[in-house]
Design a protein. Structure first.
Length: 555
């Protein structure tokens, strides 16, 4: 069944009837290269590129590189890699810095029209004169400078003859406008910073609002899609385009959609950078971070993120999407694709006393029951095994369906065993479990005993064959659903102190050739990915997500 159109698609459909032809459609994704893309950007990426696919229209990747104080080439490279990893291809790779000369000339044109002027006040004075939402602003004492003086000062600013903060170029609009963004916004400021693309060619840099619409116009973008916080900017977007009229190219339209807000998460790049700088996380790709790089290292797949965004939908109003929907999306994907293996993360020794001492038996287990065509994997079985410590109790009630003394359970893909006795150290702690096994009960052997039902099934590994691993267990980075909602409280107050723990464990040898990025389901434990720090001598697994949502039990 074909899905219904979301409201942005309805806008485009109406525009196709009245304004544009389908061949004139062009979209863009305009990241600022001052950090890594996060889960909120995934929505914007998917929206623009999916529209491109739906309407067979090109999509530009345009970097808003107008602030050299915060932007770096490493962020440009990471953004391109992330979009490519999500499975999208852009038509043109563009940069706002490509248009600096054109923007400068257009700014001169606005000065000539009396619609822009040089203000020599301090930033504090300008802010004070802006007024408030209920109080109109007051005009700058420099607002009525002559066109000649404005042009001379603007040229001197470009030539580097004035210090940072000495002058700015402002649009001359309306200091009494109810939209405070129209109260003579700043268009250019002086910055003596080296740009990652233009070097030291420029020492004046345009502001976002001046760059945005004009860049869209240059690139023939038809629909400039922004998140809702930019809705008040639309009046300014249109004012600049009106001021440059008549326009010979297609005129772009700004339209807004609700950004993706995720529970137990912050997505402000400034706040994410603070977490890195203060050492709360280990970088932009820390698996606890909501960045695409962090989610990728955590084990999320492109399909899971695209499905999550599709399930969250495109809305007109702000809302918060529960983290459980994101976690559900990765479970759904990995359940279909991840090979099954057995690993033990909190091991205790188990000895099958009546199994031959010198025998190692090769058993078989499914690689993935969702894809039976993948076949089976080899699993060594021996007298000495490891099981999870929490899977055994010396004494237990009838509701405990795992191993205890006098009770039978099945070892996954192997035999039925029965708890017989335990070995304890001098402190009384159990160090080993002694069991017997039923040799006729091997899974898949076709015997009547192999069909015998017992209530518990445990995962295990053979001690002599298992591979030692390091396992990093991740939890949500914040313990509060909306950690940055209360502006009076530092968002870092709500950091989850248990968001990362590390422990040693063992995994079956079928993963011996696993490479960084390979994903597995550890049976009964969850989904895991081989970390980028793994090597041929040290296997490190990151936990992506559990087999079911148990967060609600914690909170």
């Amino acid at each position: 069944m074909e899905r219904s159109l979301h409201f942005i698609e309805h806008i485009i459909e109406e525009d196709l009837k009245k304004t544009y032809s389908e061949s004139e459609l062009r979209f863009r994704f305009p990241p600022e290269p001052n950090g890594y893309l996060h889960i909120g950007h995934v929505k914007a990426i998917c929206l623009n590129f999916n529209l491109g696919e739906r309407y067979n229209a090109p999509v530009n990747l345009r970097f808003d590189d107008t602030n050299p104080a915060k932007e770096e080439q490493q962020f440009v490279d990471a953004i391109k890699e992330n979009i490519d990893w999500l499975g999208y291809k852009w038509d043109r790779e563009c940069y706002a810095s490509d248009y600096f000369e054109e923007l400068y000339k257009w700014a001169h044109a606005l000065i000539d029209k009396g619609r822009a002027y040089i203000d020599s006040q301090t930033s504090e004075e300008i802010a004070q004169q802006k007024g408030t939402p209920t109080k109109p602003g007051t005009e700058s004492p420099y607002r009525n400078r002559s066109i000649t003086e404005n042009k001379t000062l603007f040229e001197q600013m470009r030539a580097g003859q004035h210090k940072e903060g000495a002058h700015v170029l402002r649009a001359k609009i309306d200091m009494t406008s109810p939209n405070m963004l129209l109260r003579d916004p700043v268009m250019y400021r002086v910055l003596f910073k080296t740009h990652h693309r233009t070097g030291d060619d420029w020492c004046i840099y345009p502001m976002y609002d001046w760059t945005h619409g004009q860049s869209d116009y240059i690139e023939h973008v038809s629909h400039s899609l922004c998140s809702l916080e930019f809705k008040p900017h639309r009046d300014l977007y249109d004012w600049f385009l009106d001021s440059l009229s008549p326009l010979s190219n297609l005129r772009p339209k700004q339209r807004e959609f609700a950004r993706l807000n995720l529970s137990y998460t912050v997505t402000s790049k400034r706040k994410l950078a603070t977490l890195i700088e203060e050492g709360h996380v280990l970088g932009w790709d820390d698996p606890r971070m909501p960045t695409i790089a962090g989610l990728r290292r955590r084990g999320y797949t492109p399909t899971s993120l695209r499905n999550f965004v599709d399930a969250a939908g495109v809305a007109k109003r702000e809302n918060i999407i529960d983290m459980s929907l994101l976690e559900h999306s990765i479970r759904e994907d990995l359940n279909k694709t991840a090979p099954r293996v057995m690993a033990v993360l909190n091991p205790i020794k188990l000895t099958v006393f009546n199994y031959p001492d010198d025998r190692t038996e090769i058993l078989e287990g499914e690689i993935n029951p969702e894809q039976p065509e993948q076949g089976t994997r080899k699993i060594p079985f021996s007298k000495h095994l490891y099981i999870e410590r929490e899977d055994f109790k010396e004494e237990a009630n009838r509701k405990f369906f795992r191993l205890t003394l006098g009770k039978e359970v099945r070892l996954k893909n192997a035999y039925i065993i029965k708890g017989e006795s335990v070995v304890k150290d001098n402190s009384g702690h159990i160090t080993e479990i002694i069991c017997s096994y039923d040799p006729k009960s091997k899974s898949g052997s076709g015997t009547e005993e192999s069909q015998r039902k017992v209530k518990g099934t445990l995962h295990w590994v053979s001690q002599s064959d298992a591979l030692p691993i390091e396992v990093r267990l991740y939890d949500r980075l914040f313990k509060e659903e909306a950690p940055d909602q209360d502006k009076e409280v530092d968002f870092k107050t709500y950091l989850n102190p248990d968001s990362l723990s590390s422990q040693s464990g063992y995994v079956e040898p079928s993963v011996s050739d696993a490479l960084p990025g390979d994903r597995f389901q550890f049976q009964r434990l969850g989904y895991f990915i081989v970390d980028t720090e793994s090597s041929s001598t040290k296997l490190i697994f990151n936990k992506t997500v559990g087999l079911r949502d148990n967060w609600s039990k914690k909170v």
